[in-house]
Write a protein of this length. Structure first.
Length: 151
């Protein structure tokens, strides 16, 4: 019986790079929010995530810039961590890596979505659903460890 390509070791290992990029790419965007002359990317991202785009989200104040630095660092570090799992752990424990990444993304989704609702930005939950499904990709499904290359 042919295994679905998304359950193969090869595909799931490759997809970890996609997930790492999706998560980690938000890091530099928010880190730029710490520099007043370069905070446009962070401000427009915040405005987009708080739909509709209305220009009501501002990157002002030392506290906002500090929070942006922390957020950028955590997101970039999380992305790098996923890449490290791909390169150093996946071959030894593929399903365990898959579960760790899946549980981390679900935890982010839950807390971020609850926080968005409580802060009157429920529209962000729709973006979170999109990011959830793209970042998780094939990780909903266990890996068939007997299949590395699909033909």
């Amino acid at each position: 019986m042919k295994t679905a390509f998304y359950r193969s070791l090869k595909f799931q290992k490759q997809y970890l790079s996609v997930t790492a990029f999706i998560i980690g790419s938000f890091g530099p965007v928010f880190c730029l929010g710490t520099i007043p002359d370069f905070d446009y990317s962070a401000a427009i991202t915040l405005d987009l995530l708080s739909w509709p785009i209305d220009g009501k989200q501002f990157y002002e104040g030392a506290s906002m810039r500090f929070l942006s630095a922390l957020t950028g660092g955590f997101l970039f570090g999380w992305g790098v961590c996923i890449l490290a799992l791909r390169y150093f752990v996946f071959d030894k424990a593929p399903n365990e890596v898959r579960k760790a990444v899946l549980f981390g993304i679900i935890a982010w989704f839950m807390l971020d979505s609850i926080g968005s609702i409580l802060s009157s930005h429920a529209s962000n939950v729709l973006f979170n659903v999109l990011v959830l499904f793209i970042a998780v990709g094939p990780f909903w499904f266990s890996i068939n460890e007997n299949v590395y290359h699909e033909k």
